[in-house]
Design a protein around this ligand. Structure first.
Ligand code: GDP
Length: 301
């Protein structure tokens, strides 16, 4: 069994390729979660569940395939300022989750109920129970990650990123159990700052990773992320935007970094980290499956 650390786009793509090949549990970032129109939205948890259930909208990598947006449109018509476009069926998931939380379920329990309802066999575990919010300090003021990315379209200059509430976050028993049980840990190609760093800062996680064999897939290919704002955030945090910058974010515990063929020149050793290369761009399920096969063949003993 392996453990995968995940955000909501790059890693879920890889999970689709991995799911018929190997047993795994996923530890998911919850620092991008936000309450919208009275419901708790967990974008990364939902993308992981939707991807594994084969219902994700693969054009956007969020939301459910074929969803409609009538409730969202009505809220806007009524004068609401719901800045995230939430699909009708997607919203049903948020309502169901929030109702469970209001009834006293933990987020771990509510997520378990949801993923079972979607027929997902793999464990999908929120990184912690405590609420953590990724805040972006920008030239236009401080804002939640979702406001920065959706309302402001990722345009403001980024001065810093921090995780409100992270000092109270502790790894859950389930997170510690799967980390203890696994053969190795795979950090998927996710945003190192806003998707993976919050997981690493949850008390108890990094200590476990130091004891484990840890492999990461670089979300940076050449000098740019494949998609999304990872470059802006890495720069703001003082990291070079390159696979070497990714190694530096994970330097405390990383054993292997998988880079794209474009970065073949980096193959070898960088400090204690081994760098290997293969095709890491996943445009199709076959691409994802090939990358998953490469990882298992090379590192699963
Ligand atoms: P978020 O939660 O939606 O921000 O998503 P993630 O953090 O899981 O994924 C975003 C990261 O995935 C970005 O930094 C992208 O560069 C990376 N990414 C997306 N697709 C691919 C891909 O096909 N290959 C690789 N190597 N990285 C990818």
């Amino acid at each position: 069994m392996i453990v995968v650390l995940s955000g909501g786009t790059g890693t879920p793509k890889l999970l689709i390729g991995l799911k018929d090949l190997e047993d795994f549990a996923v530890i998911v970032n919850t620092a991008e979660d936000i309450w919208i129109s009275g419901n708790k939205v967990c974008p990364d948890i939902d993308s992981v569940i939707y991807a594994l259930a084969d219902v994700i909208d693969e054009n956007k990598w969020w939301g459910l395939r074929g969803d409609s947006f009538r409730t969202h449109e009505m809220i806007l018509k009524l004068g609401g300022d719901e800045f995230m476009a939430i699909g009708d069926l997607d919203r049903a998931v948020h309502i169901f989750r929030s109702e469970l939380l209001r009834r006293g379920y933990t987020l771990t329990e509510a997520t378990r109920k949801l993923r079972i309802s979607f027929g997902v066999e793999q464990e999908v575990l929120p990184m912690c129970e405590e609420e953590v919010s990724t805040m972006i300090l920008t030239s236009r003021g401080e804002m939640h990650f979702q406001e920065f990315w959706i309302k402001f379209k990722g345009l403001p200059e980024v001065l810093d990123v921090y995780f409100k509430g992270i000092e109270n976050a502790r790894a859950t028993e389930d997170v510690l159990r799967v980390l203890d049980d696994c053969d190795f840990v795979l950090i998927g190609p996710s945003n190192p700052i806003t998707s993976i760093m919050p997981i690493l800062l949850v008390k108890g996680v990094k200590e476990m990773l130091r004891e484990k064999f840890v492999i990461a897939v670089s979300p940076i290919v050449g000098k740019n992320p494949v998609s999304g704002p990872a470059g802006k955030f890495m720069r703001a945090k003082g990291y070079e935007v390159s696979p070497i910058g990714v190694v530096n974010v994970y330097s405390d515990f990383l054993d292997v970094l998988i880079v794209d063929r474009v970065d073949e020149g980096l193959v070898g050793k960088y400090g204690d980290v081994k760098i290997v290369s293969t095709n890491t761009i996943m445009k199709s399920r076959d691409d994802a499956r090939r990358l998953a096969q490469f990882i298992l063949k090379k590192f699963k003993t």
